[in-house]
Design a protein around this ligand. Structure first.
Ligand code: ADP
Ligand code: MG
Length: 188
C-alpha cells in the first residue's frame, strides 16, 4: 500500500517560480511528501536519471515518431537515434538550472501522479493536469529548437523505476517517514 514515487520539478518549473503551486497540487492528492530537496544536477546525476537504457531510448523514440505520424509528418531517424538525441538534450536541460526532487508516498502513488501531471507533450495534455495547465510545448516546437520538451515535471512510471530514481536523488536518511493527521480519513 505504501508505494513511493519520484517527482522532479524540472528547471523550467523552478525558473517560472511555480514550485509552491506544483507542490500544493501533489500534497492535495493525499499523497505524503517524505523527501524534498533542491539539487543542481551534474552530468553524473542527470545521466544516471535519464539512463542509457535501450528500452527507454526506444520508447522515447517510438513516442516521438507516433506524435509526428499523428500529424502526417515523418522523421528519418530510427527510434534509437531519436532516443539518444532526446537523452542528450534532457541531460543538458536538467543541468541548466536547479531542480527540485520530491519523494511522495501513498496508495497508488505512481499511477496517481502520472495522471496528475498529464501526457508528455503539454500541447495535447488534458486541462487540469499540470502539463495541460502550465505549458504549451510540443514535440515539433522542441525539435525545431533542438531542445528538450519543457513540460515542468518528471514522474516515475513504474515501481522499479521509482525505486531506482529515488536512490539517485535521495540518501536513505534524507527520507522522513511519518504519519499525516488526515490519513485516517484518506485510508479509512
Ligand atoms: P514522460 O516525461 O512523460 O515520461 P518520456 O519518458 O517519453 O516522457 O520522455 C522523457 C522526457 O523527454 C519528456 O518529459 C520530455 O521532456 C523529453 N522528450 C521526450 N521526447 C522528446 C522529443 N522528441 N524532443 C524533445 N524532448 C523530448
Ligand atoms: Mg518517462
Amino acid at each position: 500500500m505504501k508505494e513511493r514515487t519520484l517527482i522532479l520539478l524540472k528547471p523550467d518549473a523552478v525558473q517560472r517560480a511555480i514550485i509552491g503551486e506544483l507542490l500544493q497540487r501533489f500534497e492535495k492528492t493525499g499523497l505524503k511528501i517524505i523527501g524534498l530537496k533542491m539539487v543542481q544536477a551534474t552530468d553524473a546525476i542527470a545521466g544516471e536519471h535519464y539512463a542509457n537504457d535501450e528500452a527507454w531510448l526506444l520508447s522515447v523514440g517510438e513516442k516521438t515518431k507516433k506524435s509526428y505520424e499523428s500529424k502526417g509528418l515523418k522523421l528519418d531517424k530510427t527510434p534509437h537515434e531519436l532516443g539518444q538525441n532526446v537523452r542528450q538534450m534532457l541531460i543538458a536541460f536538467l543541468k541548466s538550472s536547479p531542480t527540485v526532487a520530491v519523494c511522495l508516498e501513498g496508495h497508488g502513488a505512481i499511477e496517481k501522479i502520472r495522471s496528475v501531471i498529464g501526457s508528455t507533450a503539454p500541447i495535447a495534455a488534458t486541462p487540469g493536469t499540470i502539463r495541460g495547465d502550465y505549458s504549451l510545448d510540443s514535440y515539433q516546437l522542441a525539435d525545431t529548437k533542438r531542445r528538450a520538451i519543457t513540460n515542468l515535471v518528471h514522474a516515475s512510471d513504474s515501481k522499479d523505476n521509482a525505486e531506482r530514481e529515488i536512490k539517485i536523488w535521495f540518501k536513505s536518511d534524507e527520507l522522513c517517514p511519518y504519519e499525516r493527521v488526515d490519513e485516517f480519513l484518506l485510508y479509512g
